[in-house]
Design a protein around this ligand. Structure first.
Ligand SMILES: Cc1ncc(COP(=O)(O)O)c(C=O)c1O
Length: 363
């Protein structure tokens, strides 16, 4: 069986070594006679799996002790609700937050927050189809805003913040779903940094939230369901209820794989080199065009177009036949998008560029 080069935005390519290890352990995890899928989450063996996963993540990201790591269900989308409910539920909070709109996920997070708190947009790149990151040096952040919210890498539009916004001392909350563990993050610059793992880290069904401990409510919050209150899972080691045992196990393996590759600094170098191959080609091509302002280009999600919808469709069709899968752009924007996460080998990007070169010569 041959594997394709999978450019899906998520769920997405995972390291082959990790998949093989999971396959090897599928029927009998380390001599216990059962699969991790069949194991009680209350067993000592599973406790070791989740403890190791947390320890390796802390190590990889350099997460300080005053931050909690929560392994949660409900996807990144559920954090859109949990963030305002928890932070604005604190005794010191004002019930206000300022959002920067750089794409559909930031907009969804803002719209959700606006249902519960006084949420305001302080910058947006909607005027140019989210093809750039707005200037965030002099934002009109309210003095009594409880936090400033960003989506740091915009999966659909292919932009990334190369510099964090000036939040004027306010807490920064960041959705890093599509760049999670693709590069180092200075965790102390964030109040909350979270991501759905199904893009760069593991299988779908798990979101990891790294939360400064003083932002976790001390007890129940009026109007906040038990399962959305970060305190519930913080007190229970992410096991108030049955967690996504399998996804945590696979993520744990990916953390070890990343450590084996030299950690996040090395990953960033590899990712930059991979992205450069594709961006260099887009810059020289007469047929294909990148859609993002150059200084805001993502290393993870690379959207591009030919300018002709029929030709785009032909490209997607032919590339699939050549073993290059999932290059169709998001349904809301069209064109193409290559997601080149950690596990995409450099050969995958080289093969894509060779295919694009060929396609251009033919058309
Ligand atoms: C940046 C970003 N945030 C949030 C989401 C939503 O994640 P989930 O499907 O885990 O709720 C996605 C994509 O699915 C995303 O790309």
């Amino acid at each position: 069986m041959g594997r394709v080069y999978n450019f899906s935005a998520g769920p997405a390519v995972l390291p082959e070594d990790v998949l093989r290890e999971c396959a090897d352990e599928m029927l009998d995890y380390r001599g216990c006679g059962m699969s991790v899928m069949e194991m009680s989450h209350r067993s000592a063996m599973y406790q070791q799996i989740i403890d190791d996963a947390e320890a390796d993540l802390r190590d990889l990201m350099g997460i300080p002790d005053n931050y909690e790591v929560l392994f949660l269900q409900g996807g990144a989308s559920q954090q859109f609700t949990a963030v305002p409910m928890n932070i604005c539920g604190l005794a010191v909070a004002h019930g206000k937050a300022d959002y920067i709109l750089t794409g559909m996920w930031a907009k969804k997070a803002y719209q959700e927050a606006a249902r519960f708190i006084d949420a305001q947009v302080v910058a947006s790149s909607a005027d140019e189809t989210f093809s750039y990151i707005p200037d965030c040096t002099g934002l009109a952040i309210r003095d009594d805003a409880d936090y400033v919210y960003i989506c740091e890498n915009n999966t659909i539009y292919g932009t990334v913040y190369h510099e964090l916004p000036n939040t004027k001392g306010k807490l920064l909350v960041s959705d890093v779903s599509s760049m999670f563990l693709s590069q180092p993050h200075d965790v102390e610059k964030y109040g909350v940094i979270y991501g759905g793992v199904q893009k760069n880290v593991g299988p779908a069904g798990l979101v990891i939230s790294v939360i400064r401990k003083d932002l976790i409510p001390e007890g129940p919050v009026d109007g906040c369901p038990t399962m959305l209150n970060w305190r519930t899972q913080a007190d229970a080691g992410s096991m108030y209820n049955t967690p996504n045992c399998w996804a945590i196990y696979v993520c744990g393996k990916v953390f070890k794989w990343l450590k084996g590759k030299g950690g996040l600094v090395e990953m960033q170098k590899l990712n930059a080199a991979k992205a450069q191959i594709l961006y260099d080609f887009l810059d020289e091509s007469e047929l294909f065009k990148g859609t993002v302002r150059k200084q805001d280009r993502s290393l993870m999600n690379v959207p591009f177009v030919t300018g002709d919808a029929e030709l785009d469709a032909e490209f997607v069709h032919e590339s699939k036949a050549a073993g290059l899968e999932n290059l169709k752009g998001h349904r809301s924007v069209g064109g193409m998008r290559a997601s080149i996460y950690n596990a995409m080998p450099v050969e995958g990007v080289e093969t894509l560029v060779a295919f694009m070169r060929d396609f251009e010569a033919k058309h």
